[in-house]
Design a binder for this molecule. Structure first.
Ligand SMILES: C[S@@+](CC[C@H](N)C(=O)[O-])C[C@H]1O[C@@H](n2cnc3c(N)ncnc32)[C@H](O)[C@@H]1O
Length: 267
């Protein structure tokens, strides 16, 4: 459990079915967050009884984490929009920076809400593979479950791309040490921005749960060893991390607030 999840509780919506109870119990085991039976209690009563910093509620169609006024939950909407644009012939800046093609393997070291991973999984297709690492146990659990559900207005190809993503809970600083050389074509990082300017409600709701540490030179060296082709790091236009990490090749749309540092592997 990370610090931010230490004083959370997990429950279900009122009148939950057995599959909701089972899922709440499973997430409780995965995250170490205590499972409190909802019975007939309101969220207000649970808050009063337990004084938690956050309440995770397993609803029939989604899992939502309520922290103060904000609600964190998984939804593929942003990925659906990007994939629609790709299909209509538009360039996706991330895919361009990754130079990602069908059949390739991507290691996404900062999975978060998995928007980037879904777009990448759609591009690499069933012959490829996307492995996403996420350090927040709760985010990893919510996203892992969310990637296997069905959503209105989400076509079969996108749902299949979501289903194919493997979620690994852990710290990429540790996990990268054990991965073999040249095992993924591309290794990708989208760390929490040092100078946040996001208007995205999803990213803002993720903020209290996320690991905010920056990418280190050691992590970058490990990523270069694991990558067959390139390492890509995302940053917003106000950040200074890409420079600090020694990226010379930086790409991004002229009107975009984000840019991508690229290190191409020699040989
Ligand atoms: C900006 S979000 C990524 C958003 C993601 N690219 C998307 O499309 O939804 C960064 C995520 O990386 C995770 N993270 C940061 N450092 C990490 C680490 N050392 N190991 C694993 N996950 C990490 C954070 O917890 C957060 O969920």
């Amino acid at each position: 459990m990370v610090n931010s999840e230490r004083n959370f509780i997990i429950t279900t919506s009122l009148g939950a079915r057995s599959n909701q109870h089972e899922l709440a119990a499973r997430i409780s085991v995965e995250t170490g967050i205590p499972y409190i039976a909802r019975d007939t209690k309101t969220i207000g009563e649970l808050k009063e009884n337990w004084q938690p910093d956050g309440i995770v509620v397993v609803e029939p169609l989604r899992i939502v984490c309520i922290i103060g006024e904000s609600e964190f939950f998984f939804h593929p909407a942003m990925a659906v929009i990007r994939i629609k644009e790709i299909k209509s012939g538009k360039n996706d800046q991330m895919i361009k920076a990754m130079d990602l093609c069908q059949g390739q393997c991507l290691l996404d070291c900062t999975l978060g809400l998995a928007t980037d991973a879904i777009v990448a999984s759609y591009i690499v297709g069933p012959e490829g593979f996307v492995l996403g690492i996420e350090n927040s146990p709760l985010v990893a659990s919510i996203v892992r479950v969310g990637l296997q559900k069905r959503y209105k207005k989400t076509g079969h190809a996108v749902l299949r791309a979501m289903n194919r993503i493997t979620v690994l809970r852990g710290d990429h600083r540790v996990i990268l040490q054990d991965l073999p050389d040249n095992s993924f074509e591309v290794v990708y990082f989208d760390p929490m921005f040092r100078v946040p300017r996001s208007k995205s409600s999803g990213i803002n709701a993720l903020r209290p749960l996320a690991d905010h540490r920056p990418i280190t030179q050691e992590v970058l060296a490990a990523a270069l060893r694991i990558a067959k082709k390139r390492v890509v790091v995302k940053e917003n236009r106000w950040g200074y991390e890409l420079k600090k990490l020694g990226f010379d090749l930086i790409q991004g749309g002229a009107n975009s607030s984000v840019r991508y540092g690229i290190k191409i592997k020699d040989g």
